[in-house]
Design a protein. Structure first.
Length: 176
């Protein structure tokens, strides 16, 4: 049997590519673009973290909204209006959502290298502590004991990828 985390990675590769392309149009070396990039991130991160914090059955994870808010404040911006994160109801969907959220932490560790000099880096620089990512993957694999559990995780992950892509599109369009 394929592990749940590999299934999630394979089955969401197309959605991940869409998000990468949507956020890839922001030039992280320019303050205005970087501010827009962080604002689009915040539209989804704020309500998603609030939802995940209400779920005691999730494995341990560390919120990053305060770091994102500080980076935006350093760029003279407030947290934007949050996007609706409805459609993430059960434990499997929430695990899928957490997979995307924590996966973005991995991506942030790579993106932070491209942030312009003098721009804040707390949010993107908040990478995983030793063993955190592997522990989450093990939790995902353990929770995916049935096809419906895997399907719920996949639905949650795809929903969050879609939310991020929509936020990046919205912010980029408004900035144009």
């Amino acid at each position: 049997m394929t592990s749940a985390h590999l299934l999630l990675r394979q089955a969401t590769a197309d959605a991940h590519d869409v998000v990468d392309a949507a956020f890839g149009r922001f030039d992280l070396t320019r303050a205005d673009d970087y501010r827009n990039f962080l604002s689009a991130q915040a539209e989804v991160l704020a309500p998603l973290e609030a939802l995940l914090m209400k779920s005691p059955q999730l494995p341990p994870w560390r919120p990053r909204l305060a770091l994102l808010a500080r980076d935006l404040a350093a760029l003279d911006a407030d947290l934007p209006h949050p996007a609706p994160v409805d459609g993430l109801d059960g434990p499997g969907e929430l695990l899928g959502a957490l997979y995307v959220l924590e996966g973005s932490r991995l991506g942030g560790g790579m993106l932070v290298r491209g942030v312009g000099p003098g721009l804040p880096r707390e949010f993107l620089g908040a990478t995983h502590l030793k063993g955190e990512w592997r522990a989450l993957l093990a939790e995902l694999d353990a929770a995916a004991q049935t096809a419906p559990a895997e399907a719920a995780m996949l639905a949650g992950a795809r929903r969050v990828f879609r939310l991020y892509a929509e936020a990046a599109e919205r912010v980029a369009t408004a900035a144009a």
